[in-house]
Ligand binder design. Structure first.
Ligand SMILES: *[C@@H]1O[C@H](CO)[C@@H](O)[C@H](O)[C@H]1NC(C)=O
Ligand SMILES: *[C@@H]1O[C@H](CO)[C@@H](O)[C@H](O)[C@H]1NC(C)=O
Ligand SMILES: *[C@@H]1O[C@H](CO)[C@@H](O)[C@H](O)[C@H]1NC(C)=O
Length: 187
């Protein structure tokens, strides 16, 4: 049997059934997935509270830095976090979600963090939707840009970037409040 015949044979099955039930790859109508025809751009702004010490710490060290390496950059340090996201800079202002994830100190010469986290929103139509971040955070740089690599719920098919800017830092406790501006395309 010539291969082109096989090809058309499969193509006809695919088009009859949308291939959704038949197997490996299909081409569903985006409307059936609830996707609107046009993507929109949203800008979210909130504050990320990195509390690294005290009884209410939300960013907790799980791997210590490697002592043989540059200790001023804390190379190797990993913290797991469940940080509050609030609409204003005060921790007591309205909670809009949490950042679940971790960061690792990944440079031997600068304080650069590998950030891996999900923003999990809890307000209104965003409740339960997430935005995933994976990027490099040069912690001492004024504005740090990191990629939005995906999302769920309202943010399915998300792509975009964030700009993170330290709002305040308390050297005594190590607590940092960081303003996040998220620019994200989604449906
Ligand atoms: C921890 O949270 C409790 C309740 O919100 C608060 O009373 C207490 O002062 C906090 N402790 C620290 C060290 O921030
Ligand atoms: C260690 O890190 C500091 C910056 O935090 C940098 O100035 C210094 O050059 C680094 N030392 C080495 C040996 O890489
Ligand atoms: C968010 O969703 C959860 C789980 O469905 C629900 O328990 C909670 O009340 C919702 N919160 C808001 C603010 O709608």
């Amino acid at each position: 049997m010539p291969t082109y015949f096989l090809f058309f044979f499969f193509l006809s099955i695919v088009s009859l059934t949308s291939a959704e039930g038949t197997g490996f790859v299909g081409s569903p109508n985006p409307k059936l997935l609830g996707l609107k025809s046009k993507e929109k751009l949203s800008h979210l702004r909130f504050y990320w509270h990195d509390m690294v010490s005290g009884s209410n710490a939300t960013a907790v060290e799980i791997v210590p830095s490697v002592p043989e390496y540059n200790t001023t950059t804390s190379f190797g340090l990993v913290r797991i976090l469940d940080n509050a996201l609030t609409s204003g800079p005060e921790l007591s202002s309205k909670l809009v979600g949490r950042a679940e994830g971790l960061y690792a100190s990944a440079s031997q010469t600068q304080l650069n963090l590998l950030m891996v986290m999900n923003f999990v929103f809890t307000q209104g139509k965003y409740n339960g939707s997430t935005i995933a971040i994976l990027g490099r955070n040069g912690a001492l740089t004024k504005v740090r840009e990191m990629p939005v690599i995906g999302g769920s719920g309202v943010f399915r098919f998300a792509r975009g970037y964030v700009e993170a800017k330290t709002h305040s830092y308390d050297p005594k406790s190590g607590h940092a409040t960081v303003e996040y501006n998220v620019y994200v395309f989604h449906y």
